[in-house]
Design a protein around this ligand. Structure first.
Ligand code: HEM
Length: 737
């Protein structure tokens, strides 16, 4: 049983002079920095709460952010002082290009107030009742489809099925059943926009304003949805208004007038609102229902109670709006699912002016983060928070808890307008499905855990090995860049010959003894090679040696030669060679080692694999070139794609950058197409393919992260470093042993 909890601490507003500072995440605190935040936001925030308590400050990517994780603080931000905290927070800025002036992200409070005033009457529990038939009709039709397709057994993808259902319900409620065929085009466009935005949330680069092919597809998808919405709006403008119970939301919104000025909303605004409703309604309900079915399948005792309620209340008939109060346990299951796996699990406000929360000073401009995943597990308010236990939501239990420790729909004036719509849908779909079916997990299905953001990780030993390889490659790269020293080419030839010997030896232990006699660069290579090679397959070793040799010889001869003579290579040759000089194939080879993959030749040598690999390598090289351009130009170097493109096409810096950025987008798309083709061509090879593909994607992403932050590419840094020749002398080639 939940026990009553004290509501400490109290929110007090102190004079700013006497205010205390919000605890700040510091290096060495064990919480982590920006990278840790990006890699696993939930773990980062969880560590922050453990270390600092219910309020703390951090700066991911330099953005001032404060997590508030106490019901009193949340009431303060969303309700008591809600007017002070606006939607100019970073999270909403990201989605504004899509949501535009609609309710969800609109920071203009006058416009928002007017819109909310006009729309709210169509979302009350009573008015939502006119849409509940859509919910049960569509759910029944889904069950008929299931019975036709899976009647004799089979496994269905519940998230996919429920996603289609949620979209049909919202489409039908907005545009009525006549939508028919074109609904599919809308579904496709919406699915596309949703997938692209989802990917953008996980990795917001480049900005949506950059016209990469993916972002152009997003714009096209938004344009398609706009066309769809305009078609319906125009049709409605010229036809009789349907009245009575079947009236859809679009008609209602089209004819609503604002009580203050007697005007309707303009058509552009109506557009934005309709899109906001689709976006607000689709993924949230889909995810909640998918989790609910998963949790029910994992908790037979809860499932049995839910079925008992459905059987006794409905006695075999389809549920209606009037049944909702008679299905309290179904509602408790929905509430508990929304507690454990809140779909809108993170939202934000920006402090428009300085404020004080519980004596803590909040500077103007701070982004206030509310994370309901953590709040809904706050140990002071929830007993055994990981347990799926719908009884927490009996009226008595709810009354014992502070209201703002449970905010799946937000709170205050910006609370979800679709809350009653969503809750009706959740309960009615649960009951409609439970009336006829029990959903069970396939045998051996793994436990599913939510993750804010997933990055493949290497174990510690591999991470160390990779770090050592990169250090070595960087040092050698710095030396190879030095074509000016007349002694270097010959010196390099000697070193390369010694390297070849190391790489071809397979008596790893015996060769170790000779290491002292080798030049330092070769000795350190030998060390790395002997730490890597014994665990690798013979095929991998052959491949890696070939790639490393191609890297070193191309860099030492072709690139160094060009630098020495000031020759600007042509674009095609540069692209072909750059992947070698940048050691990108070598780097990709590490994926096999990290993921312990033994890739079959049949897959590795196939056309889609080569395309995916080359495209991934190009993306890595070219994003690197974008960030290193200024340093290269400062050094008078020629090896950079943006430089080469600008040189050969007579483009200025911005135009050249733009061209390379577009090319990166095109290569990314090429990669994605090849990835899909690989999955189709080798359906039985998922165990080796998926980790490899994930590895390629993290190389592409990781390189942007690294290139944009490394000091290597900041021209100011280069002046304090020794000249390349001195560096070379002082580090590897000049010193033997
Ligand atoms: C389980 C389902 C849903 C969940 C968990 C959910 C969650 C939320 C949350 C947390 C907010 C507030 C965000 C903030 O304060 O920054 C919100 C706002 C909103 N939601 Fe929902 N939502 C759901 C379903 C729906 C549905 C079905 C619709 C439309 C029919 C909808 C439309 C909106 C709109 C338009 C807003 C903006 C309200 C405003 O600022 O005035 N949502 N939703």
């Amino acid at each position: 049983m939940e026990s009553e909890k004290s509501m400490s601490p109290q929110v007090r507003s102190r004079a700013p002079g006497g205010a205390r500072e919000i605890p700040t995440v510091t290096p060495g605190s064990g919480v982590g920095g920006t990278l840790a935040f990006k890699r696993d936001q939930l773990a980062f925030l969880g560590r922050g709460v453990d270390r600092y308590g219910d309020i703390f400050r951090f700066r991911p990517l330099g953005i001032p952010m404060v997590l508030v994780n106490h019901p009193d603080y949340i009431r303060h931000v969303l309700v008591d002082e809600g007017e002070k905290y606006d939607k100019n927070a970073v999270l909403f800025k990201i989605v504004r290009p899509v949501l535009r002036k609609g309710l969800i992200a609109n920071p203009d409070m006058d416009l928002w107030r007017r819109q909310r005033r006009m729309m709210a009457p169509h979302f009350t529990p009573r008015t939502v009742s006119s849409f509940t038939r859509n919910m049960t009709d569509e759910a029944e039709q889904m069950l008929v489809r299931w019975e036709q397709s899976y009647g004799r057994g089979g496994t269905l993808d519940v998230t996919d099925e429920i996603g289609q259902l949620a979209l049909r319900i919202v489409n039908r409620s907005l545009f009525s059943a006549q939508v028919g065929d074109i609904a599919q085009a809308f579904e496709r466009a919406f699915g596309e926009a949703n997938a692209i935005l989802g990917a953008f949330f996980r990795f917001p680069f480049p900005p949506l304003s950059v016209p990469t092919p993916r972002h152009r597809r997003l714009r096209a998808a938004i344009a398609d949805m706009d066309t769809f919405v305009s078609t319906f709006i125009n049709r409605r403008l010229h036809e009789e208004v349907p009245t009575g119970e079947e009236t859809d939301l679009l008609t209602l919104l089209l004819h609503t007038v604002d009580e203050a000025d007697g005007q309707r909303m303009d058509l552009e605004q109506l557009h934005h609102e309709v899109l906001n409703i689709c976006i607000g309604a689709y993924e949230t309900t889909t995810n909640t229902l998918s989790w609910a079915f998963y949790l029910l399948a994992r908790h037979p005792e809860v499932e049995a109670k839910l079925h008992a309620e459905v059987d006794s209340v409905l006695a075999g008939r389809t549920p209606t709006f009037e049944d909702l109060p008679r299905l309290p346990y179904n509602r408790m299951v929905a509430d508990e699912t929304l507690r454990i796996y809140s779909p809108a699990y993170q939202f934000m406000r920006r402090a428009s002016s300085a404020d004080v929360i519980d004596g803590y000073r909040v500077p103007a401009g701070t982004n206030m983060l509310i994370n309901s995943y953590l709040l809904h597990r706050h140990p002071d308010f929830w007993d055994d928070p990981e347990r799926f236990y719908p009884q927490r939501f009996t009226p008595e239990q709810v009354a014992r808890r502070p209201k703002h420790v449970y905010v799946p729909f937000g709170s205050g004036h910006r609370v979800c307008i679709g809350k009653h719509f969503a809750l009706s849908e959740l309960v009615l779909v649960l009951a409609t499905v439970a009336r006829r079916h029990r959903l069970v997990l396939p045998p051996g299905a793994p436990e599913v855990r939510p993750e804010a953001l997933v990055y493949p990780t290497a174990d510690a030993a591999h991470a160390e090995l990779m770090a050592d390889w990169f250090t070595w490659l960087f040092l050698v790269d710095d030396q190879l860049d030095d074509g000016a020293d007349g002694r270097s080419p010959q010196h390099l030839a000697e070193v390369m010959a010694a390297m070849r010997q190391v790489l071809s030896a397979d008596d790893f232990g015996a060769a170790d003894a000779r290491r002292r006699d080798l030049p330092r660069a070769v000795s350190s290579l030998a060390d790395l090679w002997w730490r890597t090679a014994p665990d690798a397959t013979a095929r991998w070793r052959r491949l890696f040696v070939r790639h490393l040799e191609q890297c070193l010889t191309t860099a030492a001869t072709w690139e160094a030669g060009n630098r020495l003579s000031g020759t600007v290579p042509d674009e095609a040759t540069y692209i072909e060679k750059r992947r070698h000089t940048g050691a990108i194939y070598v780097c990709m080879d590490f994926i096999d080692v990290i993921e312990r993959i033994d890739m079959p030749d049949e897959v590795y040598d196939s056309a889609p694999f080569r395309t995916a690999l080359d495209a991934a390598c190009n993306v890595v090289c070219w994003t690197n070139d974008i960030y290193s351009l200024d340093k290269e130009r400062a050094l008078g170097e020629v090896h950079n794609l943006a430089y080469i493109v600008g040189y050969h096409h007579g483009l200025d810096r911005d135009a050249a950058m733009d061209r390379v950025t577009r090319a990166i987008g095109a290569e990314t798309d090429l990669y994605l197409t090849a990835q899909a083709q690989l999955r189709r061509t080798f359906p039985g090879r998922a165990a080796v393919l998926e980790p490899y593909l994930a590895g390629m994607r993290s190389w592409m992403r990781g390189n942007v992260e690294w290139s944009s932050r490394t000091k290597r590419y900041q021209p100011t840094q280069t002046t304090t470093e020794p000249a390349p020749q001195e560096y070379l002398e002082a580090t590897l080639l000049g010193s033997q042993g």
